[in-house]
Design a protein around this ligand. Structure first.
Ligand SMILES: Nc1ncnc2c1ncn2[C@@H]1O[C@H](COP(=O)(O)OP(=O)(O)OP(=O)(O)O)[C@@H](O)[C@H]1O
Length: 470
């Protein structure tokens, strides 16, 4: 084990022991996190590593802490353990049985928070005041780097934060994964609260809203549910595409939506697509989503990626030379979350090895990632592979020709482009001879539906996917 760990850190570990692995992970987190955060959240954790290293169970004092650790640290812990162990390792969080406080029932996060004494929320053990609103206080406008890709969304969000309930209500922000939609929502909530601390603000993921509806339904507590949601000044709801096919949730959300708009409270939503691109959501909701302002966040351009790297590494107390930032930004293109992952690897590598950050160090730290990038699938590659497979010309992928023998492979290629690349619908449309994004959306939906019904099409797609993934 531990073959993934640079030697200077691995040296101090009891060889082969689970304790050693966990300790190395804790040591690394001690370096990465501010001291208070580390002492509050990471230090008290107890971990049991399975003998065969297939699984690590991390024991946490109570449910509240478990939710917080899951949201804030679990991914990083899992990533570190995997990196250090050199193989995939399953991470589970569990509540230490005997320490579970009686007053906290394992119910929804929000109810649990309400059941906590005032002094616990926000004060005890340095818990940030954010959990009450579920806002992450680190996600502010100050820490959000601005660029062409998010300029409009940021300006609209800033407007809402300073004058909620007026223009752009609801504000609907859409874009691909890891592009800063959630960050922007939190920034609005944090800014509003900094100016109006009494404002009732709630950030919630759409799945949690679904779960709250289910619980209210089971316990017949819809009055409380309505009281909670309808009394807000600002509702921030993430990933509304998760409402698809959830009839009751959509109804409750519709009610909350109408109640909030009627009292000039503000609603901000995010989604992976624009309102009309949402599937299995009632038309009356979709039209309301679109009634305020809809803005996209695009993948960041090169200069913005460079700025993000430099700013984030500075926040971590390390200077990343511009040439290194350019090198990383050129190679990690898809989204900011990946950029952050690359940065963490570089910083950890530099600290473990006590070496200055240089292009060579970045190259070494990102070895795995860069080799995956090189194998990344491009739209051009998809067009060529599909054209070869169906024996049409690559040029037909861009042409305006419509006979079925050409149109169908083209739709299949669009479907695969959406499935296998990070490109947005408009970007794909552009790469297929400047077609509109609705044409791409139509193709994606059509092939998705037909794939489920037609075994031969499914088989062809399977072959194409395997060919493309190499
Ligand atoms: N412009 C930016 N400047 C600084 N950090 C950013 C920026 N955009 C995104 N980030 C950071 O990238 C990470 C991913 O962003 P976020 O979670 O907001 O993405 P998202 O669009 O909501 O993605 P998903 O749909 O996957 O939830 C976060 O840590 C966020 O702080």
């Amino acid at each position: 084990m531990n073959q993934g760990l640079p030697s200077s850190a691995a040296d101090g570990l009891p060889p082969g022991s689970g304790e050693g692995l966990w300790q190395a992970c804790v040591d690394q987190l001690a370096q990465e996190l501010p001291e208070q955060q580390f002492n509050t959240w990471i230090k008290p954790l107890v971990a049991n590593v399975a003998e065969d290293f297939s699984k690590v169970v991390i024991l946490v004092g109570n449910r509240f802490k478990l939710d917080w650790i899951r949201a804030q640290y679990a991914n990083r812990i899992a990533g570190l353990l995997q990196q250090m162990h050199g193989q995939s390792i399953q991470v589970e969080l569990a509540i230490t049985p005997k320490e579970t406080p009686v007053r906290i029932k394992p119910v929804s996060f929000s109810q649990e928070l309400e059941s906590l004494p005032e002094s616990f929320v926000g004060l005890e053990e340095g818990i940030p005041s954010g959990p009450r609103t579920r806002l992450n206080t680190a996600l502010t406008f100050d820490t959000l780097v601005e660029g062409t890709a998010n300029r409009m969304a940021r300006a609209a969000a800033m407007h809402v934060a300073t004058m909620p309930g007026q223009l752009y209500n609801p504000l609907f922000i859409y874009g691909g994964v890891g592009l800063g939609k959630t960050h922007l929502m939190h920034a609005v909530g944090n800014k509003l609260l900094s100016e109006r601390p009494e404002a009732k603000v709630l950030y919630i993921h759409a799945e949690q809203f679904v779960s709250d509806v289910v619980k209210a339904y089971q316990r017949k507590t819809f009055d409380e549910f309505k009281e909670r949601y309808h009394s807000l000044d600002l509702l921030l709801i993430d990933d509304v595409q998760f409402f698809a096919n959830k009839e009751r949730t959509q109804e409750e959300f519709f009610n909350a939506f109408e109640a909030l708009l009627a009292k000039k409270s503000h609603i901000i939503m995010t989604s992976d697509t624009y309102p009309k691109g949402l599937t299995d959501i009632h038309e009356r909701l979709v039209s309301r989503f679109d009634a305020g302002l809809t803005v996209a966040i695009e993948p960041p351009e090169l200069e913005m990626r460079v700025a993000i790297l430099i700013s984030k590494s500075r926040a971590e107390g390390s200077e990343m030379p511009e040439e290194v930032a350019f090198f990383v930004a050129k190679n990690v293109r898809s989204n900011v979350r990946e950029l952050e992952g690359a940065l963490r690897k570089i910083l950890a590598y530099s600290r473990f090895n006590q070496k200055e950050i240089s292009i060579q160090l970045a190259r070494d730290a990102l070895r795995d990632l860069l080799s995956i990038q090189n194998r990344q699938i491009s739209v051009e590659n998809i067009q060529k592979t599909v054209a070869d497979y169906y024996k049409i010309k690559v040029a037909d992928m861009y042409s305006k020709k419509r006979p079925a023998s050409i149109a169908r492979p083209r739709q299949i290629a669009m479907y695969l482009a959406k499935e296998l690349t990070q490109k947005s619908l408009p970007e794909i449309g552009e790469l297929f001879g400047g077609r509109d994004h609705t044409t791409v959306l139509h193709a994606v939906r059509k092939i998705t539906a037909e794939r489920q019904q037609m075994a031969d099409l499914n088989q062809q797609l399977h072959v194409l996917e395997q060919t493309l993934k190499g």
